[in-house]
Design a protein around this ligand. Sequence first.
Ligand code: ARG
Length: 467
Amino acid sequence: MADDTTDTKSSNQMWGGRFASGPDAIMEEINASIGFDKKLFAQDIRGSIAHATMLAHQGIISAEDKDKIVHGLNTILSEIESGNFEFSRQLEDIHMNVEARLATLIGPAAGRLHTARSRNDQVALDFRLWVKEELQKTEQMLTHLIAAFLDRAEEHAESVMPGFTHLQTAQPVTFGHHCMAYVEMFGRDRSRVRHAIEHLDESPIGAAALAGTGYPIDRHMTAKALGFREPTRNSIDTVSDRDFAIEFLSIAAIAGMHLSRLAEEIVIWSTPQFGFVRLSDAFSTGSSIMPQKKNPDAAELVRAKTGRINGSLVALLTIMKGLPLAYSKDMQEDKEQVFDAAESLELAIAAMTGMVRDMTVNTARMKAAAGSGYSTATDLADWLVREAGLPFRDAHHVTGRAVALAESKGCDLAELPLSDLQAIHPDITDKVYDVLTVEASVASRKSFGGTAPSEVRKQIAFWRARN
Ligand code: ARG
């Protein structure tokens, strides 16, 4: 009993059954972020070099100390890059791990680096730099995905497929047009990414703990050195703000939703029942028991990754929602959410780009399906409006009767004899058969943004020029 209470390092009698270690160790475990924030080492060192350089330029530290600091930081950078750095959990986070090593390497000069800054503006800086780079990478990756779709759209500007609403055959469209719908979606994602880069392009360093500093620092100088447009304008907001991370996660969630819809379509299209596309071996797997199977696992996993990304967005919004200004340690929990979502998003975009480029499109299957389900019924109604002068509502009714007749005969609209059609409406002539084919149907839809191959080609040209 006495032994237990005097030794704080050993298992505590109150919760000892659950925890193998005492309160100090538990504090260390809940407090430390080095396990994940070591990912920020390059940003941390870049930030410190810019800060030390500015301090020397402003006469706050000596040029010799600055040189020692910069040299030491570069040594640490190569140590970490080559895997020769020992991270310590006792030192909590990346900032203190780097600073402690700097002290070992260069001695007392290391102690001058943290002048006029705090870990609060330091972590805001490191994380912003990381998110900015990740957004730039995302922009590139989306551009590749868009390019893959543009190529498929060009190749299939004339390939007819059924267009769906409610996943029921609606009207014929072209596969090129369908691909271009995704170009629009990922194009919007890319503009959101570009906008977010502009939005976060302000340097937090120099906000210090929350109130700014009495040292004569030059925040414009550090902002410029670190590639930011300008410094942030309010030191309290600067250390309280994680909007840039939440914006990244929102963008990732919306892009993830797009990727997931595409994944779902690929899952459907690649079933033997649809047979619209065949995934390459590179992006599918077999079954361990059913030899005939080829599973769209990559698409399914993209669909699932979206759930994780949404989880991260909700997690960070929830972490931030009740925090008083300025910094609270809760904010340390921002990084894992963003790192995990970034990894999921990158993988999902890469996998989708590969699948879209590699998949074989079965145009014959698509065309056959495009003609089934009375997909040209609207074309018949439009013909009655145009050629027989019927109001659209009446034409809709006449067409409905024609569809019902075809259904009862088990044939297509185009297979109904003229006499049958004329019995439904006397003004129908044999010219009507010209609009009942799927090719005529898509070619007629020349309205801006419509499915006609000529329109689709215009949109492809627009996006090729826009890149
Ligand atoms: N590891 C911390 C984080 O990620 C760094 C900032 C710590 N600041 C503080 N005042 N304890 O948020």
